[in-house]
Design a protein around this ligand. Structure first.
Ligand SMILES: O=P(O)(O)OC[C@H]1O[C@H](OP(=O)(O)OP(=O)(O)O)[C@H](O)[C@@H]1O
Ligand code: HPA
Length: 178
């Protein structure tokens, strides 16, 4: 199936069945790694909302949830400037943090967020991202611990990810058709 948003056409890329299966595996790893801990799971809005919801349903350890909102993309390009739009509401000092992203592309957003969170002295920070584009990554980010899928350097939408605000509300993930 294809998806059209404005002037762009997207083709099927990752089906929800596969996403669901992969999330179950990530959650098992998190359940093991954080046994006897109470991490704060922080979703990076907007894109992470679907992944965060599905992942948290599979996480069985005790945990808290919070959100932070940043944005940097316009059209299909990173503006390079990460803008914080909404901050955290929980004190994270001495707490274990799991940051939830839908996608790590250039790594700019994550680098900005990790540096910012570190100033608040958490006990640890790890990142879980559904998608990672290894060929687009410009930063070395040691905190990346849980990755759903490594993908090619193509623009994707669906399952939370948007193109200019549209396309977040699909179960499957689509890739730009060239
Ligand atoms: O690694 P990067 O190149 O920084 O790209 C990744 C970021 O870009 C997207 O956010 P966006 O700014 O589009 O906001 P959104 O989540 O509201 O769509 C995505 O959700 C990540 O946070
Ligand atoms: O490929 C992408 N799709 C949607 N949003 C994004 N933000 C960074 N990369 C992407």
């Amino acid at each position: 199936m294809e998806l059209t948003i404005d002037d762009k056409t997207f083709e099927s890329f990752i089906d929800y069945d596969l996403i669901e299966k992969r999330i179950r595996v990530l959650a098992i790893q998190i359940n093991v790694d954080y046994e006897n801990k109470v991490p704060i799971i922080i979703g990076v809005l907007n894109g992470s909302f679907m992944f965060m919801a599905d992942l948290m349903k599979q996480i069985e350890i005790s945990c808290e949830a919070d959100f932070i909102k940043v944005s940097s993309y316009r059209d299909m390009q990173s503006t390079g400037e990460v803008k914080e739009e909404l901050g955290l509401s929980i004190d994270i000092e001495n707490r274990d943090i799991i940051l939830i992203e839908d996608i790590v592309d250039t790594g700019n957003t994550l680098e900005y967020l990790i540096n910012k969170l570190k100033t608040k002295s958490p006990a640890s920070i790890k990142v879980a991202s559904l998608l990672l584009k290894p060929d687009a990554l410009q930063k070395k980010i040691d905190e990346i611990a849980y990755i759903g899928f490594e993908i090619t350097n193509d623009f994707v939408v669906g399952y939370g990810l948007d193109y200019n605000g549209i396309g977040r509300n699909t179960k499957n993930i689509y890739r730009i058709k060239v």
